[in-house]
Design a protein around this ligand. Structure first.
Ligand SMILES: [Mg+2]
Length: 183
């Protein structure tokens, strides 16, 4: 399959608080894999703030929640220190399958029970689709200006692929990516 087809999420939302979690539960989703940087918090915040911590812990009663990040251990461990009941996978190497598989094992769930949530098409969404996870949600970056250099490169790639989706799959573009591309 062409790469541009693999960077298409099931849906796009402005923030993790805008996701329709009831709908996910109805679709049989049991586990939520959240990316950390620019999905939960921007790169320039060190620890997950209280309100987001409460939000994630509330979700963790209905679902099994995991934080899965490409960042190094120090960053991820420090950022998630308040999430007592929520595990993390650090240095996941998304879009590779390695870290996701670790997460599946940690939470003891199957691929068709997982929703992957992240702000980057080239890592989170491409990874979710390569893995064949049940559902993938693209979140608008919390604070794009704090992106690292690799991420900035990935965002340029994203725009190329989005243009291709627009050309080849106009209906899908309208439905899932237009709002993201034009924001
Ligand atoms: Mg991210």
């Amino acid at each position: 399959m062409r790469i541009y087809k693999k960077i298409i999420p099931n849906e796009y939302v402005l923030s993790i608080k805008d996701i329709d979690y009831n709908n996910l539960a109805k679709q049989g989703i049991k586990a939520l894999f959240f990316d950390l940087d620019n999905t939960i918090i921007p790169y320039d915040i060190n620890v997950i703030p209280e309100d987001i911590k409460d939000f994630l812990e509330e979700l963790n009663k209905e679902f099994k929640v995991l934080v899965i990040s490409n960042s190094r251990k120090k960053r991820v461990k420090f950022a998630t220190q308040n999430l007592k009941s929520i595990p993390y996978v650090k240095f996941a190497r998304k879009p590779l399958k390695f870290g996701f598989k670790k997460g599946l094992k940690l939470l003891n769930v199957k691929l068709d029970e997982v929703c992957i949530i992240g702000d980057q098409m080239m890592t989170d969404i491409l990874g979710a689709n390569r893995l064949k996870a049940k559902y993938a949600i693209l979140v608008h970056p919390v604070k794009q200006r704090s992106d690292h250099i690799f991420t900035r490169f990935n965002r340029k790639l994203e725009m190329l692929f989005i243009k291709k989706v627009k050309r080849k799959m106009p209906e899908t573009y309208e439905k899932v990516l237009k709002a993201y591309a034009e924001k």
